[in-house]
Write a protein that binds this ligand. Sequence first.
Ligand code: NAD
Length: 262
Amino acid sequence: MILRDKRLLITGVITGDSIALHAAEQAQREGARVVLTSFGRVRRITERAAARLPEPADVLELDVNNAADLEALTDSLRDRWGGVDGALHAIAYAPEDALGGRFMTAPPESANQAFQTSAFSLKALAAALEPLMGQGASIVGLDFDASVAWPIYDWMGVAKAALESVSRYLARDLGPKGIRVNLVSAGPLGTVAARGIPGFEQLADLWHAQAPLGWDTGDPSPVASTICFLLSDYARAISGEILHVDGGFHAIGAPTGQLPAG
Ligand SMILES: NC(=O)c1ccc[n+]([C@@H]2O[C@H](COP(=O)([O-])OP(=O)(O)OC[C@H]3O[C@@H](n4cnc5c(N)ncnc54)[C@H](O)[C@@H]3O)[C@@H](O)[C@H]2O)c1
């Protein structure tokens, strides 16, 4: 039970496929207390997913771009728990004209929206939680390797590069309070966000050809396990890190043509 009695805020649950839902489920099995967030018209779908957790979880309202929601979140968590031990940022959004091979034509408003919702929001969430967090607290975000350019990922890729940098600056500024900030760089998974990227299958096919361990786009559980590790005290000396959970894909320069063992 590596998360026994940890009070965790988990954002980014929509459906049963959401990486965040799998993280919430594993965290509860590891002993954590969990509250989810959602917003607007998808909230009812989140509530349905939350009810199916091992321990049905409450869902708080949070549009991460809305200052009033962030303020209310701080108050609500303070009233509920007095403090917070960890948080998962599993939030990303880019308008359709900023994805799918439209890099050169995307308007600045769309690129800015991708940046604000997918990268700046990690700072926004961390700032809302900082007053409630103390020594040993942990913030985890979700990345798609932004050290290179990808087909179709376009301005979301640029936003992920910003997210990587934001997490390092947060590690710098929150470290002295004992708060850790890390990212999990996941391989492609068939969630709502991923299916919204035209040509997502193209990325998934790359993984099938090149991940030495193989990769199942329908199984978020290895990513969820790593999130739980980073939220736990086992990761107490890790901050500003990006952990790749991608079947080993990032370490290999080109398809090897070998099938994974087993
Ligand atoms: N699925 C993949 O292939 C993959 C790979 C690497 C990283 N990721 C990242 O994992 C994270 C979770 O995505 P997912 O794949 O589980 O998809 P998902 O669609 O299940 O989750 C995305 C979440 O972002 C939330 N969101 C969007 N705008 C928001 C806003 N303004 N305020 C609050 N929440 C908002 C949505 O409500 C949703 O819950 C994202 O950061 C995504 O980029 C996904």
